[in-house]
Write a protein that binds this ligand. Sequence first.
Ligand code: AMP
Length: 640
Amino acid sequence: MAKIGINIATGSLQKEEIIVGIDLGTTNSLISIIHPDTKQPVALKEHNSSLPTGQAGSLVPSIVHFDSKGNITVGESAKQYLITEPHNTIFSAKRLMGKSYNDIKNNSSFFTYKVIDDDTESLVKVQAGQKFYSPIELSSFILKELKQRAEHILKTPVNKAVVTVPAYFNDTQRQATRDAGKLAGLDVLRIINEPTAASLAYGIGLNKQEHKTIAVYDLGGGTFDISILKISNGIFEVLSTNGDTYLGGDDFDNAIVKFWLQKLSLKEEELKNNKQFAQSIRLKAEEAKKQLSFKEEFVGQLNYSSPLADGGGPEGAGHELKISKSEFEELIRPYIDKTIACCKNAMKDAKLTNADIDVIVMVGGSTRIPMIKKIISDFFGKAVNDTMNPDEVVALGAALQADILAGNNKEFLLLDITPLSLGIETRGGLMDILISRNSKIPTKASRQYTTQVNGQSGIKISVYQGERDMVKDNRKLAAFNLTNIPAMPAGLPKVEISFLINADGILIVKAKELRSGIEQSIEVQPQYGLTDQQVEKMLLESITHAKDDIATRALLEAKTEGEQLLETTEKFIYKNANELLVGELETTAEAMQALQLALTMEDKDLIHSKIEELNNISRPYAERIMDQAVSKAMQGKTIS
Ligand code: AMP
């Protein structure tokens, strides 16, 4: 049922339900809409924001705090507990979306709260107080906060949203994001890629005639992503993505902190032993970093008392903290070089040269640093797009996409590609690919299969993702049974399996027996997600094992062919025993035995030769018996 909102400020009825755009970020999140008057996207800001001017009041820190009574707070008010109650203050939940403990165990020291590690295969949970929360629930708290803020500002119910995710998010992570929306009471109409949203915000792709190749450089507080997109005929396509999930503005703050500790002759232990001091100096470092985006030097004061600092001055003394722009630039240079290496990889994967890039879009607070803009612009050989607020562009683009969905820009389609091939298991454990890797989505494909046994009433469909020929080397996504197939001889049922990947990148598998019309479908929600590295590893393995795979496939195909020939020969003999000569029966039995034996050996050529022998023996009598059958059928029928 559609709800109609009343704008309390104006008393007017909101005829069309509003669809908001949400950037659910690792560090910060925000919500944006198309302004009803200007028709331009705007980020929603609380008017009575307690934040100092100059800081975007639209940003909601993606932090959730649980107090001892079970009360939940989100955003700025939760942030203050990061230092004082690290166990109950959850940040960076996005990094855990759709992940198992196995996926994140190498970075477990990053999380200051408890990530449950007792079952390494299933999705992670986080412990806060006596309760356990999934990353989906944690994200839903953030989304709920955003929804409430929007409702408060707009004075109208907000039930529908477009939510952005990184371009590299897999099916599980996209589904998890969608579920988080559902839990927060939001109908997530579309999940779109962050770089696509940022490009849209810059108006790229809004003109259908446009053909452009875009590099989106996204450097936030904790993560770095580079995405190469192609836009043609209003269709966005992700050509490649690369990045570092643990590189961002926080590293720059830490680098400044270390620099100052050295200047003050303090050890790094000081940070561990004196949490208050650690927090103060970090905040100063971030302030310095921000100021150095438009000043040549930062000079500040820090008051602290230290039990460790020998001769560090009297208790509570003020210390001068200084850093120049060039010192700062030298500190962060290695990090920027890392991002350039990622850009090079992304260009290689997209099979493009730097000169092919028509537009560079800058996203994320850290791209305000002038040196970064310069290095990126030099790398691609053209000026960067930096006129919009880099913290807001993704949400603004999401609002534009929401507007498209609301029917204001109908001819749009957003396109992504599948990172790995998708298929089902066929006889002998072989992978039969229905949708190959790098297919543009949305997409669909279908193929017909049949039964192997007479009267077979069910067929098991196992869905896999990966590039290897054997399903056991790929990753199982789901399995289901098509049951109640009416009894038919083997080979007669026509089972059509169809794969559909919708615009959100979610796979729906359907199986239908065409003669009887019975069908069964499943929406694939895999158990846990694949990391970029895993996708890369699976691709690499498919290449290094390509030779083995071809040999294995050939052997399996030979075995299957041999088994089928044995089955049909046996049936034929059973049915036509009376028509066969004793000698024929004997030689056939021998050839069948020889083939049976060959099937137990891993030699495809041997199997083929035994298949051939059996065929040579059975062919003459099979033809004779068929001729007899034909002439019997013709008896009494004359051609006049
Ligand atoms: P995001 O994750 O996109 O919200 O980016 C947040 C990061 O941008 C944090 O590390 C901020 O410290 C950083 N940031 C914000 N403004 C500036 C600025 N003027 N100069 C450098 N870094 C900034």
